[in-house]
Design a protein around this ligand. Structure first.
Ligand SMILES: [Zn+2]
Length: 255
């Protein structure tokens, strides 16, 4: 948004990059689902007028003025009830994975308001105390829900190769479930039992708040995070480094 009128919007801070001594370039997900980049002048100096409104993963009411190249943050205030995320390595890694998916899924100048709502909801849930398995569950559900909203819905009931209802395999690149004949032609296909299939369905259909309370085995959560990563990579055709880092986190490695 280099030219045009000023824009006031509620937005989520997805990324920040240091600029010069005191400034920040802030990447925002606006309420209409578009991605905006703006320079927040003086945001890194103590007592900045922006306060915490330009901090990562905060939800703020911002006024963006057109600038020469990037927009300029003319005003930013925290929205009441903006989630306060614990300064916890696992939680921040989960948030980074989510922010990365949103950025990778965004097309310049286009947006869907539902993407903002889903992201805001996910951050709200991640601000609650959750163990690593539940963090993985939320990020996996976020990835499947986000891609479904953008038109990539995972097929679980019929083989994506031939339409057969006898599906026992899964391949992210192919778009979902596969029958044994079709899976034999796909090197990366993995077994999809009823248990795993019902988990993928839950990630797509259950509200995030419900998943945050659902009993889940750490092994299942780890498997889902890897599957969600493979699925999102295949649909968005990007590497997703932060998501991969998060999917590989294990409790033992941290504790
Ligand atoms: Zn088939």
């Amino acid at each position: 948004m280099a030219r045009g009128p000023a824009k006031r919007t509620v937005a989520i801070v997805l990324d920040t990059t240091k600029l010069a001594e005191r400034d920040l370039i802030v990447t925002l997900l606006a309420e209409d689902g578009t991605l905006e980049c703006a320079v927040a002048k003086g945001a890194r100096k103590g007592g900045s007028r922006f306060g915490a409104a330009c901090e990562l993963y905060r939800i703020s009411d911002v006024l963006l003025a057109p600038g020469r190249n990037l927009s300029v943050m003319a005003d930013a205030r925290l929205v009441e009830g903006s989630p306060i995320l614990p300064r916890d390595f696992e939680v921040l890694s989960a948030c980074a994975a989510i922010a990365e998916c949103v950025k990778a899924a965004s097309v310049e100048g286009e947006g869907e308001g539902v993407v903002f709502s889903l992201t805001a909801r996910a951050l709200e849930i991640l601000a609650q105390p959750l163990d690593l398995a539940h963090l993985k569950l939320i990020v996996s559900a976020f990835a499947f829900k986000l891609t479904a909203m953008l038109g990539w819905r995972v097929e679980l009931d019929f083989c994506v190769g031939c339409g057969s209802a006898d599906v026992r395999w899964f391949d992210a690149m192919s778009g979902g479930a596969l029958c044994s004949d079709c899976a034999a032609k796909v090197e990366a296909a993995e077994l999809l039992g009823d248990h795993r299939r019902s988990w993928i369905r839950a990630l797509l259909l259950c509200p995030l708040a419900e998943l945050a309370r659902a009993p889940v085995a750490p092994d299942d959560a780890a498997w889902m995070a890897h599957l969600a990563l493979a699925w999102t990579r295949a649909q968005l055709e990007v590497g997703l480094k932060s998501f991969a880092f998060f999917a590989n986190l294990s409790s033992q490695a941290i504790g």
